[in-house]
Design a protein around this ligand. Sequence first.
Ligand code: DC
Length: 231
Amino acid sequence: MMERKKIIVAIDGFSSCGKSTLAKSLARALGYIYIDSGAMYRAVTLYALRNQWIRNGQLDTKAILDGLSLISVSFSFDPATERNTTYMNGENIEEEIRQLHVSEYVSQVSAIKEVRLAMVRLQQEMGKDKGVVMDGRDIGTVVFPGAELKIFMTADPEIRALRRFRELTLKGISVSMEEIRENIRARDFMDQNREESPLRKAEDAIILDNSFLTPEEQLLWALEKANETSM
Ligand code: DC
């Protein structure tokens, strides 16, 4: 059988679009490593919240930047639960970084230029041997502009809100649809309008609108693209 070359798959798009669901299943099917770049920004936000560098909605940017070198983020795949887990300085923070108090501030933290520079450097290091699927906002434009396959995901905002509502409710997190709609609206705005690496489609990215596609249909579509690209 012909050996396929390893590639980098960059998946960007709006929040709650199902990027991580697709990225995880695609990485698994290809035997690649999955890297959740949003989890890295969430980890920095959590660290800042715990240290009270975010108080009354105000960010102490200097303290956050001084603290960056104290934060080490890593990922592992637990075959028993089939779940990807994010660790910060050895602590499993997977659940906590998905909660609303982190979501509320992560856009502001990820808009800080120096935070982005540090995260991008780590992400580039993680992908240097290729064979990775990375999802985020700037993967195809800034982190890996040379990625062999770039996918830009989008979906109807109301469908995204419903998905996020189900996800959080299933985890026992109590939240209203209105809170979620507002959080999605605010994050879309911040992600697209921030000065540093705003969310935008790379010119050579393929658009995937998954409003009415099942996860299986999306995986098949992406696998076909990946196989074509890695020939
Ligand atoms: O994908 P997510 O919702 O977990 O991302 C959390 C936040 O981090 C989101 O508001 C945008 C930001 N982010 C970013 O700026 N760049 C990335 N590559 C990934 C996420």
